[in-house]
Write a protein that binds this ligand. Structure first.
Ligand SMILES: Nc1ncnc2c1ncn2[C@@H]1O[C@H](COP(=O)(O)OP(=O)(O)OP(=O)(O)O)[C@@H](O)[C@H]1O
Ligand SMILES: [Zn+2]
Length: 731
């Protein structure tokens, strides 16, 4: 009698055995409904066998195996198992949280597409000879030739077609002559001539294409505006010709629409599917199924897209590979970039990690020869050069309302030349602090170790960590003095200051508050492209990847705050972020300028930035890391604990440290002291952490495997919530 071993969404790291008389090994990867406790639940079959350690009277029978869609492919199941082992996360939770929500429901419902679909001719349809269709089927012939000539029938045209023609199209669909592809609203359909690659781009493309049939990790290190996307597009084109699928990962959901549009425009005949957390369940399932069936030639998405089944995978691209958003910060704390490498290796295909400021991990891999390095040293648009970067010394220059005179003058000049400017301040809201001048009271969140941010329009104080909101008090709650003032600057305050300086300018603020509405982001991009904006004020949302050709000036405010952080990665991250922002200036033929207001103009980071010298700065940081034995020269994991009071969390970590001594490989690892987390209170709970360090990944993994099992048995765990974070990015 067959036994199936099932992954269920429960926080215990094991599979559950059920009797399934009708099961066979072809059912591995299928969904199954099983009894669990008093309820029924849905799981995924991970193996089928004939024996079990569950006693006969306890063994229950599976209720139903769903064969409505093909099983999850073995490669994906392997990836899940790898995540389970490497991140020490329960297998069932890995599996169930990585598949689309709809697949976790008993009854699989696939709604009619909510977005407009185009009917696009397939290769099969293109190769047909229309004259083979009998002359009496005139409409059919005509429809096929129209499709062959135009490549597709857009949704508007479909709506206007006769019922007969629509029926014919469905027939074509069944014959696999056409396929349906979702369309991005507002997608430009006109084909523009792709640019001819620069010699550097050509060299990169040729190098990658020389070896497409095997695992090859490429680090494409190209300065901002060097045309990395064009390299991705060209390599993608070659792989699509070989009928392979391409997975493109981007850090930010806001980057997907433009990229999607660019890829669709370049490959009008390919199904491009975009997968990110902004989709509804139905959209996500549809995209996922197109990928699983091999119909989606290109899948682009944010980190969760790394779990997409891709039977014909031929290439992976991770754009802005250094970006922190590739790391999931809760549940299964995976790094999508690292999993992408795993997948490329597993599938034996090339992977391109692209960045203007590679992570030190990837850069070191390239220096050590584990990754192959490709460089793009110059900007792609002919005549475009890197911007000039200058610091404005805040110790010598006053900044009333956060803006210095030289900065205002530069903005005025850009305005008079009808060029666009970007003012970058990585803090939303009006002011980060509300302060009482008489007694020193500061508005703080009661649930977090954070200050409440003043949001002037809404007359509210908000916690940016837990979402707590309250109205701005009329007087100081401590001493009653009504003279309480917002202190420091956020995007809203800078916006207001700029409006009073430049009343005629068209100013647009872009931060998480301003783009909350659906499609708000698209209208920002349109407004910038159509020259309806003079000055953009915004947070890091504006920093990444965008290409605004008429932008000539970038002003950076308040970056100093991150210079002296306790996190050893802070400097690396700030440097990358500022290089990114700076890189928005002067991307086309107008030269760019970047002004940084700082109190530390001689800080090595700003010095390296003004020389735009990634390499020397990265090498300096790497030397420091090597001397102090920090990643990438060591491997880390952090055990985090949270409780109502910090003492319980610390006590738990203390016990955890003690039992560690009995664990395998203890001699090969180093435990730091348990300490309160940098942000100690969060959402009403207090948090502490314990860092583990090792020189070999293998030793660390062996230790963690043993340690984690013992942690489960620690008595205190009921009051304390804990988790392990492997390769943590924020400490
Ligand atoms: N060979 C080329 N000839 C002319 N223009 C090009 C060429 N390649 C790319 N471009 C243009 O150069 C600009 C910058 O390209 P892209 O956005 O791909 O840069 P990037 O390397 O991704 O930069 P960033 O890291 O700043 O995002 C785009 O407007 C693109 O259309
Ligand atoms: Zn809070």
């Amino acid at each position: 009698m067959a036994i199936i071993r099932v992954a269920l969404d429960v926080p215990v790291d094991c599979l559950f055995d059920y009797l399934a008389p009708d099961a066979s090994i072809t059912d591995i990867g299928l969904r199954v409904c099983v009894p669990f406790g008093k309820r029924r639940t849905l799981g995924i079959i991970l193996s089928v066998c004939t024996d079990t350690s569950v006693p006969g009277n306890k063994l229950k029978q599976a209720e139903r195996i769903y064969r409505d869609i093909p099983p999850l492919p073995p490669a994906l199941l392997e990836l899940f198992k790898f995540c389970n082992r490497y991140y020490h996360h329960p297998i069932g939770q890995v599996v169930m949280n990585s598949i689309p929500n709809r697949l976790r429901q008993f009854k699989l419902t696939i709604d009619q597409p909510s977005r407009a679909f185009a009917w696009v001719i397939t290769d099969k349809g293109r190769l047909l000879d229309a004259t083979d269709i009998p002359a009496r089927s005139r409409a059919k012939r005509l429809l096929l030739t129209t499709l062959q000539d135009n490549g597709q029938i857009p949704p508007e045209a479909f709506k206007q077609m006769s019922a007969h023609n629509r029926k014919l199209l469905r027939e074509f669909l069944a014959l696999d002559w056409v396929t349906q592809m979702p369309l991005v609203p507002g997608l430009p359909t006109a084909q523009t001539e792709p640019p001819s690659p620069t010699p550097e781009q050509n060299a990169a493309i040729a190098a990658i294409l020389a070896d497409t049939g095997m695992f090859a990790p490429w680090l494409l290190h190209g300065i901002t505006g060097s045309g990395k996307t064009e390299v991705y597009l060209r390599v993608t084109a070659a792989l699509l010709k070989q009928q392979r699928q391409v997975l493109l990962l981007v850090p930010e959901i806001n980057l997907t629409p433009q990229l999607e549009a660019r890829f669709k425009q370049r490959f009008p005949e390919t199904a491009v599917v975009s997968l990110h957390s902004g989709l509804n369940d139905n959209e996500r399932l549809q995209g996922w199924l197109l990928a699983q069936q091999g119909k989606a030639g290109i899948v682009l998405g944010t980190r969760l897209a790394v779990f997409t089944p891709l039977p014909e995978l031929g290439l992976i691209v991770v754009d802005e590979e250094q970006d922190l958003s590739f790391k999931q910060q809760d549940g299964l704390r995976y790094s999508a970039r690292d999993l992408a490498i795993y997948r490329a290796k597993q599938a034996g295909v090339p992977i391109i990690l692209g960045s203007a400021t590679p992570s030190l991990e990837s850069y070191q891999h390239a220096l050590a020869g584990h990754y192959r390095l490709l460089r793009l040293h110059s900007r792609a648009v002919s005549g475009a050069t890197l911007p000039v970067i200058r610091c404005i010394d805040l110790r010598l220059t006053k900044a009333p309302e956060g803006l210095t005179e030289p900065l205002l003058t530069a903005l005025q000049t850009a305005l008079s030349q009808q060029q666009q400017s970007l003012v970058f301040i990585n803090r939303r809201g009006y002011a980060p602090v509300l302060l009482c001048k008489s007694c020193g009271w500061v508005a703080a969140c009661t649930r977090c170790s954070s200050r409440l941010v003043v949001h002037l329009h809404a007359r509210q104080l908000r916690c940016h960590y837990c979402g707590h909101q309250q109205t701005v008090p009329a007087a100081c709650p401590e001493c009653g003095d009504p003279d309480i003032l917002p202190f420091g600057q956020g995007t809203q305050r800078i916006e207001a200051a700029l409006r009073s300086h430049f009343p005629a300018a068209r100013i647009l603020r872009v931060d998480r508050d301003s783009i909350r509405r659906k499609h708000a982001w698209q209208s920002v991009l349109d407004a910038v492209q159509n020259q309806q904006v003079d000055i953009l004020v915004g947070t890091q949302l504006l920093a990444k990847g965008h290409d605004f050709p008429n932008l000539s000036l970038v002003c950076i405010l308040n970056a100093d705050a991150s210079l002296y952080s306790t996190d050893f990665r802070a400097e690396e991250q700030l440097f990358a972020q500022l290089m990114q922002v700076a890189g928005r200036a002067g991307r086309a033929d107008i030269p760019g300028t970047v002004l940084i207001q700082t109190e530390f103009p001689h800080h090595p980071l700003y010095q390296a930035l003004s020389r735009q010298n990634y390499d020397s700065h990265a090498r300096t940081l790497l030397r420091e890391r090597q001397l102090t034995h920090f990643p990438p020269f060591a491997y880390q994991a952090v055990l985090r604990a949270e409780a109502i009071v910090i003492d319980s969390a610390l006590a738990f970590l203390g016990k955890a440290a003690k039992i560690a001594t009995a664990c395998e490989q203890f001699g090969q690892i180093q435990l730091f002291d348990p300490v309160p987390a940098p942000m100690m209170r969060l959402k009403g709970r207090e948090r502490a952490q314990l860092l583990v360090h090792a020189h070999s990944r293998k030793h660390l993994q062996e230790f963690l495997f043993d340690w984690q099992q013992r942690l489960h048995t620690l008595a205190a765990q009921k009051k304390v919530r804990w988790h392990l974070d492997i390769d943590p990015l924020m400490l």
